[in-house]
Write a protein that binds this ligand. Structure first.
Ligand code: ARG
Ligand code: ZN
Ligand code: CA
Length: 239
């Protein structure tokens, strides 16, 4: 296999008040959570139901903080049209998207926690966007999305993962064989088993919509889909 994959991370904090100008400690807490979740060192992985332990995956992907940009702005909501990704629009330009993950931390608005660009898109908008109060697990936070899993979920998309229900009904695939079929997102903290489409949902997967403390796993199929991006000729590269 490829061995460990290493991804430098640039964090761009764009703030309209001092709370949104999150601390270095809050930023580092999110890097630590990414490393735990993508290396199966998250403590809550032990909660995985027996039915799914054989597909519980250590993706073996490492994240290193490469730089932090801070920018004050009078804008209080940024939406989902990538304006925060351009200095010409009052945002911050992307840094080396060929090899680095860019994360813009700014208030999106509209109740949106975060959003991501899938691999293969325009390099100038490559990366993920997360609201400051959903980033990391120390500092300015909003429960129940205060354990850093919004960024884990969005980095899943950045690494080509779909939502586990495939954004459609039972027959709509997420292109991952070992995530059971489902017909829609789960919310809150579902009890096990939650049955849809004649199988138990993997509600605890990072690519569902449950609360941060109730999502704690990627599957082996998801791991393979993510890591395939880093093979020769793939859409992303490791350093
Ligand atoms: N893009 C999704 C949203 O903004 C992110 C959901 C993340 N879920 C979570 N439990 N943190 O709705
Ligand atoms: Zn999503
Ligand atoms: Ca599936």
């Amino acid at each position: 296999g490829l061995g460990s994959i290493n991804i430098p991370v640039y964090v761009h904090v764009i703030y309209s008040n001092s709370q949104e100008n999150i601390s270095d400690a809050q930023i580092q807490s999110q890097i630590d959570i990414l490393n735990a979740d993508f290396n199966l060192t998250n403590n809550d992985a032990s909660l995985t139901p027996a039915e799914f332990t054989d597909v519980l995956a250590d993706a073996d992907i490492n994240f290193t903080l490469a730089g932090v940009t801070r920018k004050a702005s009078s804008r209080t909501e940024w939406g989902t049209r990538d304006e925060m990704k351009f200095a010409s629009n009052g945002g911050v330009d992307v840094v080396t998207p060929e090899s680095a993950l860019n994360i813009w931390v700014c208030n999106i608005g509209g109740g949106i926690l975060g959003y991501a660009q899938f691999p293969g898109g325009d390099p100038s908008t490559d990366g993920v966007v997360v609201g400051p109060q959903f980033f990391g697990d120390t500092g300015y936070l909003s429960a129940p999305f205060d354990k850093g899993r919004t960024t884990t979920h969005e980095v899943g998309h950045y690494l080509n993962l779909r939502h586990i229900w495939g954004d459609g009904r039972c027959k709509q695939d997420d292109f991952v064989a070992d995530t059971p079929s489902s017909d829609g997102p789960n919310y809150g903290c579902p009890s096990y088993p939650t049955v849809n489409c004649r199988s138990n949902d993997m509600t605890m997967n990072y690519m569902d919509y449950v609360n941060d403390e109730c999502m704690y796993m990627f599957s082996e199929g998801q791991k393979a889909r993510m890591r395939a991006l880093f093979a020769a000729g793939g859409a992303r590269e490791s350093i």
